[in-house]
Design a binder for this molecule. Structure first.
Ligand SMILES: NC(=O)c1ccc[n+]([C@@H]2O[C@H](COP(=O)([O-])OP(=O)(O)OC[C@H]3O[C@@H](n4cnc5c(N)ncnc54)[C@H](OP(=O)(O)O)[C@@H]3O)[C@@H](O)[C@H]2O)c1
Length: 438
């Protein structure tokens, strides 16, 4: 009879408390699948007094996460405190260095220190499992690390932040502003009081950095990710996307190019017919383009206690089974430096929305500047407010003009629009959104 796996859990919040509950309620299934029992023997959190609605009778309370990480009585340290610094970092590192396996849902920690931690796991023989760190219950880490181990990956992209997808979905379906939808997301608990980490794209960037490393065998490098958030998106962009056959999503995209690995997070027009365009609300999705196989799209809940705990438990079950996969899919020594493809050289189609001043020669001036940069226009839509009639005071308002370009380089678009602005033929700043084709 194999002894049960003894688990120490640091963090008893949304995810940690659910993990404790699930280990209890799924005990039979887990031991059936892992070939041995799984027992929580010790826990820690900031406050011992806090009511948590979990049964911790017979479980040792350890005051300090570092002491729990190196506790002689545990085989597996489960880090669910969050944050890229201490105590999570020093505790995970100490657990790995003492030969224990670690399970964590902490994308911030992995995006920043993943390489160092993978090295520690490799040197000391423990596992470092982090399925829940990207897409919560969606088994995307396993898919890249194991399921597609023999497949070259060309591109991996996805909706990795439920808050942003919820906001964009509401904006699209109800014609509401970004600010209104953000407020609702906060009221419903989908967005933090300080929403910047989500809506400015940083959460997506951390997850993308992890996926890119697994997909391309490169060292995880969050600093290599270009990031733009969704706060500048206006209802008219969503209406125009709809008219033109697109949906607007905040995507994280990692793609192999001739100039290196492009890693970028930004609002993106995706064809309405694509799988990723069907993903609405807080749901997450990841599409993987592998060599010689049609794209694979995984869709599911990307957050929430139960969804995240389900992935944490699957990782714990792997530890119990004795599985020791390389954290980033291959030995650390084989992971290559990330050659960052410069964003200026990004090539693709663009959606451009301008407010053109309503006087003769404006359209020609814009067309000239685009032509100078060899940008070809696929379609152009002019939306005349008031049917083009002058207002009561005789003045005409600027005219929204929407352009869709054929594939071109980012720096050409930036140069052309800088020249258009200098010509003073538009009001305000142009809105530029990249297009991602299937
Ligand atoms: N929530 C999700 O949907 C979700 C999804 C995917 C991944 N994750 C990841 O899962 C991890 C946990 O998230 P969560 O939502 O469960 O967070 P949470 O609800 O804020 O819980 C954090 C827990 O860690 C404890 N903690 C924080 N700092 C500590 C410290 N210095 N020493 C000891 N304990 C400390 C807290 O103790 P107290 O309870 O005493 O304050 C709390 O129990 C994070 O890495 C997060 O990114 C979460």
């Amino acid at each position: 009879m194999v002894a049960p796996l003894k688990v120490g859990i640091a963090g008893l919040g949304t995810v940690g408390a659910e993990v404790v509950r699930l280990i209890e309620s799924q005990a039979r299934v887990l031991s059936g699948r892992s070939g041995r029992g799984i027992r929580v023997v010790a826990v820690t959190a900031r406050s011992k007094a806090k009511k948590r609605n979990v049964d911790l009778r017979g479980v040792e309370w350890v005051k300090d996460p570092l002491a729990l990480a190196t506790h002689d009585g545990i085989d597996c340290f489960v880090e669910l405190m969050g944050g890229s610094g201490d105590p999570a970092l020093s505790a995970v590192e100490a657990a790995l260095k003492s030969g224990k396996s670690v399970v964590t849902a902490n994308k911030a920690l992995l995006a920043k220190h993943g390489l160092k931690l993978a090295k520690a796991a490799e040197n000391h023989g423990g596992a470092l499992n982090f399925e829940a760190a990207v897409g919560a219950a969606i088994p995307v880490i396993k898919t890249l690390r194991e399921g597609l181990a023999a497949t070259g990956i060309n591109r991996v992209y996805g909706i990795l932040n439920g808050t942003c997808n919820y906001i964009l979905t509401r904006m699209e379906q109800e014609g509401l502003s970004f600010a209104e939808c953000l407020k609702d997301a906060q009221r419903l608990g989908y967005a933090e009081a300080n929403p910047s980490f989500d809506v400015d794209g940083h959460d997506t960037a951390q997850k993308l950095a992890i996926l890119a490393s697994l997909a391309f065998g490169t060292k995880v490098a969050q600093s290599a990710v270009y990031v733009e958030g969704i706060s500048s998106i206006a209802p008219e962009d969503l209406r125009a996307a709809d008219d033109l056959g697109y949906r607007l999503k905040l995507l994280g995209v990692a793609v192999r190019t001739a100039k290196g690995i492009e890693q970028r997070v930004h609002p993106t027009m995706v064809p309405k017919s694509s799988s990723i365009a069907q993903v609405m609300g807080v749901t997450n999705a990841v599409t993987i383009d592998g060599e010689g196989i049609p794209p694979i799209t995984l869709v599911g809940p990307g957050a929430g206690g139960a969804a995240t705990a389900s992935a944490v438990l699957a990782d714990i079950a792997d530890v119990a089974r004795g599985i020791r996969a390389k954290p980033f899919g291959r030995p650390v020594a084989q992971l290559r430096d990330t050659k960052k493809a410069p964003m200026e050289r990004h090539e693709g189609g663009y959606y451009i929305r301008l407010l053109a001043r309503d006087f003769p020669g404006t359209a020609a001036a814009i067309a000239t500047r685009l032509a100078e940069q060899k940008i070809s226009i696929e379609s152009i839509v002019q939306r005349h407010p008031n049917g083009g009639n002058a207002a009561a005071d005789g003045k005409t308002s600027p005219v929204p003009v929407i352009l869709i370009t054929y594939a071109t380089h980012e720096d050409a678009v930036r140069r052309a629009l800088a020249a258009v602005q200098k010509d003073k033929v538009i009001s305000g700043r142009p809105q530029v959104i990249r297009i991602e084709k299937n």
